[in-house]
Design a protein around this ligand. Structure first.
Ligand code: KMH
Ligand code: ZN
Length: 271
């Protein structure tokens, strides 16, 4: 089988967790930078980036996105993917604000959903607004699919030409309120993509290890990191993001998937 290098994304902090959930969460700008750099050194080629202020609160502050990106990139050519999801309840204007910095990639969720006790709002208007900003800045989107109907939204919006020609798809499975992380869901979703379409999976919580393992075997790509999962194994908090990346790397090597360098990841995605 021809080598199909594995793109590892690390979502180092997210917007919803706090130090109460895990003391290991990197919540200040300095800690986020260090954790991202360590993940890249361990084999991640994409950093899915949310930023926090000095108090550790999620923010879409453009200056912080600029500073943190610059620092993460000091020693590598890794791909930085800005979150346009922000934190639950962030208004759409703020969600789009950092896009003016023209990051390599940006996430874009494909529908509204229950998100635990909350509602993650992505009305058609919201998606349209964010997709316009992404297109205007010539950014590659990562289309986030949390549920079955979001696949149909993707197809519908694609027909309306809301996205650039090239996009990446990420299946986020296991959020309470979205599709579970059962393997059959990943198989069903990935089978609905056009041949050659790149995709990855984010398994939430206990789903992270089995889904990433299966995605590697299936020829897809993977996302790990505290945003999706704080436990290294049942009952044991992970001490760093890099530990998740290193585990994926070991599994990938056993399954004969070389790890994509940042440059290879750019070529595979067409960035
Ligand atoms: N904070 C979550 C509700 C994204 O980054 O695009 C949504 C999220 C998605 O994190
Ligand atoms: Zn995110």
């Amino acid at each position: 089988m021809a080598a199909n290098p594995l793109i590892i994304t690390c979502a180092v902090v997210g917007a919803e967790l706090t130090k109460k959930d895990t003391p290991y969460l990197p919540v200040t700008p300095d800690r986020i930078v260090k954790s991202a750099q360590d993940a890249v050194n361990a084999g991640a080629s994409i950093i899915h980036l949310h930023v926090r202020n000095d108090q550790g609160k999620p923010t879409q502050n453009v200056d912080l996105f600029r500073d943190i990106t610059k620092q993460i990139k000091e020693n590598s050519n890794c791909i930085i993917q800005y979150s346009t999801g922000g934190a639950i309840g962030t208004q759409v204007g703020k969600r789009c604000a950092p896009l003016k910095l023209k990051p390599d990639m940006a996430s874009l969720s494909m529908g509204t959903m229950n998100f635990g006790q909350d509602i993650f709002e992505n009305s058609e208007d919201t998606i349209r607004t964010i997709s316009r900003a992404i297109k205007k800045q010539k950014i590659m989107p990562e289309l986030e699919i949390f549920d079955a109907g979001m696949m149909d939204n993707l197809t519908r919006f694609l027909k309306k030409k809301w996205f650039p020609k090239k996009f990446h798809v990420n299946f986020v499975l296991g959020v309470p309120g979205g599709m579970s992380g059962d393997l059959e869901n990943l198989i069903w979703l990935s089978n609905r993509l056009k041949p050659g379409q790149t995709w990855s999976v984010s398994g939430i919580g206990k789903y992270q290890l089995p889904l990433t393992t299966h995605a590697i075997a299936m020829g897809g790509h993977v996302r790990v990191g505290f945003e999706d999962n704080i436990f290294y194994r049942k009952g044991e908090l992970a001490s760093t993001n890099a530990r998740f990346v290193k585990r994926v790397k070991r599994i990938a090597i056993e399954l004969e998937r070389p790890i994509a360098t940042a440059q290879q990841a750019r070529e595979i995605l067409g960035i």
